[in-house]
Design a protein around this ligand. Sequence first.
Ligand code: ATP
Length: 240
Amino acid sequence: MTTDPILVGEGLYHEYGELSVLEDVDIAVAPGELTAIVGPNGTGKTTLLRILLGHLSPTAGEVRYTGPEVDRPIGYLPQQPSFRPQFTAAETIAFYAALLDEPAETEVALRRVGLADAADRRVEALSGGMRRLLGIAQSLVGEPPVAVFDEPASGLDPSMATSAFETLADRAADGTAVLVSSHDLSLVERFADRVVFLNRGSVVVSGSPAELADATNAETLWEVYESVIREPAARREVEA
Ligand SMILES: Nc1ncnc2c1ncn2[C@@H]1O[C@H](COP(=O)(O)OP(=O)(O)OP(=O)(O)O)[C@@H](O)[C@H]1O
């Protein structure tokens, strides 16, 4: 890692009642990097993000944010963001800026995600993909030092999904610590500086896409996924 991490989770465990979801997870997110969490459905990615955000307390372990004391240390795009349907896109951004006492730079915020032309359209009249882009714009209001995105490309067409990741990579290049969960391995491979593979609540391997490919003798991130997640699952099924 080139710079010191700004957000660290150490020895994280989480249980929902009887269900153990995270087990001894360590994760560190550094400014200037796009870190991606990858793993099958139900493996604990959202739970881990919510713990890092402070929305959920871990059963054990700790989270440390060591960045500047600002009104909004961490921006967040939840999996299902909810907006006021009658607000326009511009009013939505202005609303979040007002919460932070920030000037409403709605044009910059919307242009960043390719929604400048939709500034005056009501949220209820935006497509699902456009709402997702508005969600990305919303999470970056106030320029938080850490920005966390739960499946930012979900529901976006290939071109919009790529633009969304380009926006996140641009933020990382500007010094933001960007943390993303995603099922899109090709976008992760293309844009992530570090990838954390989470499986059944534990980190199975992490590193840059190139390091991971080297370590597992793989050519692509998909082959890494096959080797660290799919093949062990198939072996477990055979053994069961
Ligand atoms: N509030 C909750 N109460 C009980 N169980 C929960 C709760 N939230 C999540 N779970 C369970 O915890 C496990 C991990 O869920 P989580 O949403 O963290 O996974 P995920 O990796 O983000 O999944 P996906 O890729 O499908 O979004 C799942 O078995 C899920 O059913």
